[in-house]
Design a protein around this ligand. Sequence first.
Ligand SMILES: O=P(O)(O)OC[C@H]1O[C@H](O[C@H]2O[C@H](CO)[C@@H](O)[C@H](O)[C@H]2O)[C@H](O)[C@@H](O)[C@@H]1O
Length: 259
Amino acid sequence: MANQLPSALKNVEELKEKFRVKKPLLFLDFDGTLAPIVEKHEDAAISEEMRDLVKQLSQVHPTAVVSGRGMKDVSQRVNLPELYYAGSHGFEISGPRNFIKENDEAQKVLPIFDKIEPILKEKLQDIKGVDFERKKFTLAIHYRQVDESRAPEVHNRVSEILKDYPELLKADGKKVIEIRPAIDWHKGKAVEFLKLQLGEKDQNFSVYIGDDVTDEDAFKYIDDGLGILVGDHGNKTYADYSLEDLDEVKEFFKLLLKN
Ligand SMILES: O=P(O)(O)OC[C@H]1O[C@H](O[C@H]2O[C@H](CO)[C@@H](O)[C@H](O)[C@H]2O)[C@H](O)[C@@H](O)[C@@H]1O
């Protein structure tokens, strides 16, 4: 059981009771929550069953997907055009009827990403298995396929280069380093923004489901709802409940859909 948190499955009736008082808005992370973690980031996929459950849920409760992936990438993988999507850890947001919102301050940092990407690639080229994933507003350096003994070297080399770029900061995820604009914006703030698009002011209750340390920004930030941690990322969590894995996520969705 993740982090000794109470199980969202075992407490589902209590949660549904809360939903009767205030209408829930659902915020769902992608990798590790809707799609299983796999070796190569480009192979991640949502199952038909999970997609169908998210579709059904979104017809009952306003739903958004909040991901570290690029916005286009995650929206294509989920492939439910009726949903809102926050990509690049919330720096880019899209929604139905061509809704687009990008973080203006982060736009200014884009040329620095263009500059630093080849430098990092050159510095890390001798470490077998390092893989880059450029999103519009963030750059991921994956090391899932790097020999474990060399992972600290990847971190150290990236930190060393970033010392010259105060406009960027280094964050960690599951076997990935995420380079982000050094701006006070994250998944939690993206959720606050999305609440205004999806719900009515002060009338809703936010439910955020995620598995990674970057989801903690949302767990911490949401003050009118609850967080559900999938699995265990090994760090302190601000979530309120847990689900063990994707099978439990599906089970939880099925119970939410039951009258
Ligand atoms: O916020 P999320 O939707 O959970 O995205 C977080 C990162 O997920 C992806 O990387 C992770 O999943 C990969 C596929 O399972 C895995 O190979 C990798 O080790 C994980 O870190 C994605 O590639 C990143 O861009 C996201 O930021």
